[in-house]
Design a protein around this ligand. Sequence first.
Ligand code: PLP
Length: 436
Amino acid sequence: MNDRVILPTPPPILKNQQQEIRELFQRFVVPSYGRFNLALSHGAGSHVWDVSGKRYLDLGGGIAVCSLGHAHPEITEALVEQSRRLVHVSNLYYQEPQGRLAQRLVGHLAPGKVFFCNSGAEANEGLFKTARKFGHDEGRFEILTAVNSFHGRTLGGISATGQEKVKKGFEPMVEGFRHIPFNDLEAARAAISPATAAILIEGIQGEGGITPASAEYLLGLRKLCDEKRLLLLLDAVQCGHFRSGRFQSYQRVLEGVAGAEGFSVDGISMAKSLGGGFPIGAFWLRDQAHGVELGQILGPGTHGTTFGGTPLGCAVALRILDVIEREKLADNVRTTGDFLHAEISRLAEQYPGVVRGARGLGFMLGIELQPFDQIAGFKREETVSSLQMVNRLHEAGVLTIPSGTQIVRLLPALNLSRALAEEGIQIIEKVVRSVA
Ligand SMILES: *Cc1c(COP(=O)(O)O)cnc(C)c1O
């Protein structure tokens, strides 16, 4: 793997200003996030430093965003080179980087078209609008989504999300979304109404606790959608972009499965890893679906966004794809991901009082923990195992991401080396042992 040492730039703030930075947030930033007590200053590869100079191994990857780690020289180069030529032009004009990036993304999927936007929620909004347009003339508008799903924080996104906690206080929801149990084909069949136009699922549920869609579910949904003339839509904002070891998670899940030849979904939303930290989102639509030219369905004037597909964002995303391909990072995700998964399973065997098991695949992994009151070394006054574990891992020098109450997620950079994966597991094991 790319083990070249990148020297970090010195921290802009030299003394420990953790407290001062926190106070700025308390006074001036909308308090919509629960934040950990950590102020980060700079990073290099899979390491980040806080303002006091403490180093952390970053296994959270900015929630599956920093696909090449921090301060990657080729991302910097792409940013600098492109910004010397054009940062932004309106979508009233053509420009090469957007066309090239669309071509590269389509090349990993099936014949289709790509629309560029700025975030995952916005990419999903595009899929919702596509489904509405697709069903419109037949009076169909409804989109089925999964229980425990996550689709973003816009009004459409929280309406689509199958978790009450994101909706609470913001009702009424946008009409036309209903939730079905995930990985349950019969429930999907039973839920379809004459108004249903599409089914949207995550390839691997992320915020809901790292649950991959099974091969049978994917194939069954495809058949069901073909039978009922529905669009099969995939939210790949977290699980896409090689995080599974293939460009899309279904490509990995369906490997070698009988009857999966030629499988495709009809639309895919992307963001997170696509820009490696530069904000860019996209959705892909298949050229043809149920005899409709789906790739042409959003004609001139029907959809748009000012910043969508800027030359700068597209140049960065193109360079990231170059690095992923040149350094065979999909293979790294697969082998190093398998290693991490096996090690988490080993921890579950050795410390069953703390770790229940391993979840996920590739670099989208979950450490499933026991409930807080069953873990000997955990505090009884804090009722969430995942948060207690993430905090202890911070103390030990590793960044991870909680998911729900009992799962700690690992979403590292796609170029995380085997050596750093081993180091990460050693630190995790030390912490697990200390609370067993
Ligand atoms: C993060 C995420 C989103 C929302 O993306 P934003 O860029 O935060 O709007 C949507 N769907 C899934 C599966 C996600 O993980």
